[in-house]
Write a protein that binds this ligand. Sequence first.
Ligand code: A2P
Length: 270
Amino acid sequence: LTDHFTLANGLEIPSLGFGTWQIPDGDDAYDAVTTALAAGYRHIDTARGYGNEASVARAIADSDVPRSDVFVTTKLPAEIKTYQGAVDSLAESLELLGDDHVDLYLIHAPWPWDDIGSDHSAGNAEAWRALEDALEDGRARSIGVSNFSVSDLEKLAAGARHRPHVNQIRYFVGHTQDDVVAYCRANGILVEGYSPLATGAILEDADVDAVAQRYGRSVAQLCLRYLLQKDVLPLPKSTTPSRIAENADLDFTISDTDLALLDALEDPTA
Ligand code: A2P
C-alpha cells in the first residue's frame, strides 16, 4: 500500500485507490472511507456525480490520517462541457471537499450520459482549458479524463496546453481495452481501472477461480493484482469491511504463464 505510480508531472499517486461509485452519501460513504483509511488506503476516488464528496471529506477529516497523506480524486460531471461550467463545478467540489485543492481532477466522460458515443470534442476542449487553468494555479495537483477512447484523446491533444496525466477506464480481466492502454502508455498517461471486479461479475468465474486457488488468494485479490501487474491502477469498491481489507492485501506475484492465461479470457459481462 505504500507503493505508488508517478504521474508525468512527477506527482506520486498511491497504486491502489478506493472507489466510491454507488456508495450512497451519508453514513454509507462515511463508514466505507473510514474503514478504507484504517485498512491503509491512502487514495480515495470520488466524483461530483456520485454525490458523496462531503461524506468522503468528513471521513478523511475525522480520521487519524493527515489530509496531506491522502490522494483525493474527484470529477467534472459528464454533462458539463463549457469553460465556466467547469470552473463553477470545481469550485462546488472544493467547497464540498472542504479544501482549496484536489489531487486529481478528471473529466468524467467524453459525452453526457444521455448522449453516449456522440462527438462533444469542442465542449471537451473548452472544459479542458478550465482543468489546465486549475492545474496551473494549484486548484488541481494533476488533471485527466475518464472513459476517453483513443479518438477522444487525440482530439483533446490537438488543442491542449497539457496532456492528461490520467485516463480512468473500465478495466478488468477479459476487458482490457488494449488500444486505449497502448495509446496512454505511448503518451505518458497513467491508466486507472474502475470496476476492476467487473462490478462483481468476475467473482463467480471458474477459470479465474482456478488461477486464484494456485496462489491461495481470493478471486478479487487475483483480479486486482492482475491490474497492478499490467501497470493499471485498480479502484475497487466495497462497503464490506472484511472485503475492503482483503482488497488491499495484494502482496503476491502472478506468474507470466498465469498472466497470459488471464489475458486470453473472454469478457465475463459480454
Ligand atoms: P460490496 O460493496 O457489497 O462489498 P467493482 O469494484 O468492480 O465495482 O466491484 C464492486 C462489487 O464487488 C461490489 O458489489 C462489492 O460488494 C463486490 N466486492 C468488492 N470486493 C469484493 C471481495 N473482495 N469479494 C467479494 N465481493 C467483493
